[in-house]
Design a protein around this ligand. Sequence first.
Ligand code: SF4
Ligand code: SF4
Length: 441
Amino acid sequence: MILYTFKKGVNVIDRLNQSELREMWEDLGMNLELHDQLLESNSRLFKKTHLWQKKRPAAMKLFDRALHDSHGQRVAEILDYRKGGGKSVGTFCIYVPDEIAMAANVLTIPLCGGSGWSVSYADEMLPRDICPLVRSTFGMALSETCPYKTLKEYPLGETTCDAKKKTWDLFGIPAMEVPQKKNEEDRKLWISEVTTFMKDMEKVSGTEVTVDKLRDSIRKCNRKRVILQQINGFRRLKTPPISGLDALLVSQVALNMDIDNFISAGEELLEELMERADNDVSAFDGDGVRVLFAGTPSPMGYAKVHWAAETSGLQIVADESCTGIRYYRDLVPEDLDTLDEMIEAIADRYFKIDCPCFSPNTERFDNIADVIDEFQAEAVVHNILQFCHGFNIEAGALDKMLIEKDIPSLKIVCDYSEEDGEQIKIRMEAFREIIESKRNR
Ligand code: SF4
Ligand code: SF4
């Protein structure tokens, strides 16, 4: 029985059955016993964090499936692509320009881990007091449960935070240099890094990046980002037709799904959201407190703080993280004529990313102030992964701006473990009560 299908059915290969999947994982050299534990943990958590919601758009089934396919059918698609001569590189950050890799026929595979299950397996190589995102990623690789470990020419890091930089050194991973300031000389350095990245991608695939190819990939990446903008745009409504949990899921799988399949699924969701908006159908029961989530990324598999908020009467109406607005806010102009102009425009688009690895990072403050106004957020939750010093310290400076705007904030610093979920919920409930009483003042 077909329960759901992509409307335009693009880039689809035959779905593998369970025994074919196991054979594929075995051929990839994975530890099947541990991988079963990982899948069981992910699936149990997903049921807990997402499936309690009673008013989800029907099209969310496409994204639920994409999440479950991330270790199965998606791997089969990439394997198939590589068997046909396709090349791929692993990435860990949204600074790596997809447009350029795509124009060189190289697929980028985001590798950031969001599973708490794999974190302790990183102990073999990494200290315990670094952020769980890095530990989860390398825990998966070290426990032989990452299906992407051998599905790439190489992993490519970037010089953002200390935890990542030193991990690249430890594992011998090459890295793009992301400057730490945004002056003109830093911009020039970044343009030259992006140019080097293009040459590296050309070498990897043996394909020259041409004006036409780059224009096509710019258009396609823009299309994907516009779809994300439109889906998230519905969260401005008084009765948002999609929850924060589901909007996060869409952004998480956007990084892993085949881009054509994502565009097709996104268009299907958009049609449904339009209909729900016309009929005033909310994803939530009643009027909750509208909050903006700010902070670290929440990679696929991780939604603990979103779950704690939305099961406590908060309605997350915007996410400013890299699994949110930061990924899709800016586009690349499509009307440029030369390769140099395009490279510069792509570099500028990525240089606008307001990650706390920059000092100062005042753009982020302005962007957050705009999002609060645009989405009529009544409060901000700083959602911060433990040991991420950049976001954690920057939350204090952001709070000064929020106090001036009379916007209350709550800072949640935690790891991927499940133990503190109920405690976080208690804090969310108390926060909601404070904002409700502020409303009545
Ligand atoms: S938070 Fe910074 S380092 Fe992490 S993915 Fe985003 S831009 Fe990259
Ligand atoms: S969450 Fe923070 S510490 Fe962790 S990888 Fe991203 S920037 Fe680095």
